[in-house]
Design a binder for this molecule. Structure first.
Ligand code: 3DU
Length: 209
């Protein structure tokens, strides 16, 4: 249930951290920093090295045709899931879903998300319930919002929560509030020993209360 947000630029560093941490991960999430730094081929390399699913967190937010072109390229390169913004509307989201397994952002974890996103979260949840993506992204920094989103969201849609660790969110609280997967970046990849960092988080999550 732990997903590593592998936000480094360098291919070698990314592959090393992925290999060191893979035993404790459900998937690896990559974002623009790694794709811009190492190229789209990093998806296949990560999959080959770790055997884990790769989530392409590109937060695609464009017109349907451009969204589709981006999603197709990402899935052709081996990604298992893609993350898309919902606020661009159903047609743009559908265009991505036609290409492969999709995760829709319904609320972000940073303070600024309260400005424009939180006011439309209800409508994004409604859209998710209608389109039935694999999952949604909810803020790991706000357990009360995870609980709220879990209540309104169809039971078979998974909840992914970034914001754990460096942004202040607590893994156990997020899971208790209804998250299915927690996303952790800096707290693992910037640790002196990423393997120990993820192992200790895994141990904490699997310990009896
Ligand atoms: O803060 P961290 O270093 O643990 O990284 C969090 C990752 O999750 C990072 O890739 C960021 O772009 C992504 N993310 C959020 O942090 C918050 C969101 O609402 C959505 C994605």
């Amino acid at each position: 249930m732990i997903i590593l947000a592998l936000d480094v630029y360098e291919r070698k560093r990314a592959l090393k951290i992925a290999e060191e941490t893979k035993d404790y991960l459900w998937a690896i999430k990559i974002n623009w920093p790694l794709i811009l730094g190492s190229g789209i081929g990093i998806i296949g390399e990560l999959k080959e090295k770790t055997g884990l699913p790769v989530i392409a967190d590109l937060k695609v937010a464009d017109i349907p045709n451009t969204n589709k072109l981006i999603a197709k390229k990402v899935f052709d390169n081996g990604a298992d899931y893609i993350i898309v913004h919902g606020f661009v509307g159903r047609d743009s989201v559908r265009a991505v879903m036609e290409e492969g397994s999709t995760i829709i952002v319904v609320e972000m974890s940073h303070p600024g998300a309260e400005e424009f996103m939180q006011p439309i979260t209800d409508r994004l949840i409604e859209m998710a319930n209608e389109l039935k993506p694999f999952g949604v992204v909810a803020p790991g920094t706000r357990p009360e919002r995870i609980r709220y989103i879990r209540e309104k969201l169809d039971g078979d849609i998974k909840i992914f929560t970034p914001g754990i660790g460096a942004q202040g969110g607590k893994a156990k609280e997020a899971l208790k509030a209804g998250a299915d997967y927690i996303i952790v970046g800096r707290a693992i990849y910037n640790a002196d020993n990423p393997r120990e960092a993820v192992k200790s988080l895994w141990g904490e999550l699997n310990a009896e209360d």
